[in-house]
Design a protein around this ligand. Structure first.
Ligand code: SAH
Length: 281
């Protein structure tokens, strides 16, 4: 369900990551996404849980050497580098943040992986790639910033070869939110430049309307629900560090306090394939 907030543009999202990427990534273990915990007794650090989520997403991708993957919303490149190492596939990562792209390319160089991994600035709403040019598209926690999920899915479908695979993760509205609760949730979403929460039940319809076929749609909220509390801990511990002493931190940690609200935001993983005979290409 869309809320009444002003929807951030891709440019604004890019500027947000230009400004925040280098503050957030070191605190969160190099990636900028939720973590994946095995249960309430899982004492993994945020970084370990974040890496586990990357691995869960890698396991869903059916690619290997000689395949080309588009990493849609690549952040600072850590997930793509891990994906290349694990699978041997070639990866082109895109982000609307110029700083993301610079840092991600630096990481690929320092890891000696420039033959497999490269990054460029591009908007998922308007992909600058020819039709049917990728074997797979991987969108690890980036759809939530995009103004129109349906439009992005059509873009993805266009650049996928017939039969090509899409693996994405996204956040969705997990339970009804009362009228008086929306301002708190809105504040949380606005702080993170999230355009809207997805509708889990509506995903298969959106996917089909883009000539893609849903293979798996998994609600992993029970594994990700610890993220906000753990992230708040990481931020509190880091507060004395100068880089962390930013107005954003206070704002964001403030948003995390109402834990009851954050439980309303679920997390999904979706796997789909481009239909063999689509109409979009
Ligand atoms: N996948 C990375 C980063 C997730 S943060 C990781 O897991 O670490 C979200 C990323 O999506 C950021 O890099 C942001 O710049 C990118 N993004 C958001 N909107 C985008 C858009 N319209 N087009 C391309 N990238 C976008």
């Amino acid at each position: 369900m869309d809320t009444q907030r002003l929807i951030p543009t891709p440019e604004e999202v890019g500027l947000f990551y230009d400004r925040m990427g280098e503050v957030l990534a070191p605190l969160l273990g190099g990636t900028i996404h939720y973590g994946y915990w095995l249960g309430p007794d899982d004492n993994s650090s945020f970084a370990e849980a974040a890496e586990r989520l990357t691995d869960v997403m890698i396991e869903k991708l059916d690619v290997g050497p000689g395949k080309l993957v588009l990493d849609l919303g690549c952040g600072m490149g850590k997930p793509a580098v891990r994906l290349a190492r694990e699978t041997g596939a070639m990866i082109i990562g895109i982000s609307v943040s110029a700083n993301d792209v610079e840092k991600a390319n630096e990481l690929a160089r320092s890891e000696g992986l420039t033959d497999l991994v490269s990054f460029q600035r591009a908007d998922a709403m308007d992909l600058p790639f020819p039709a049917e040019s990728f074997d797979a598209v991987w969108a690890l926690e980036s759809m939530l910033h995009m103004p129109d999920r349906q439009h992005v899915l059509r873009q993805v479908s266009r650049v996928l070869r017939p039969g090509g695979q899409l693996v994405l993760s996204d956040i969705f509205q997990r339970m009804p939110v009362s009228e008086e609760s929306w301002p708190v949730l809105d504040h949380l979403l606005a702080t993170w430049k999230v355009t809207s929460l997805a509708d889990l039940d509506d995903y298969p319809r959106m996917v089909r309307a883009a000539d893609l076929e849903t293979r798996q749609l998994i609600n992993v909220s029970e594994h990700t629900k610890y993220s906000f509390a753990r992230m708040a801990e990481v931020f509190r511990e880091a507060a004395p560090r100068p880089a962390a002493r930013m107005e954003f931190m206070n704002n964001a940690v403030g948003s995390w306090q109402p834990q009851a609200e954050t439980a309303k935001v679920g997390y999904l993983i979706m796997v789909a394939n481009r239909m063999e005979s689509g109409t979009l290409a």
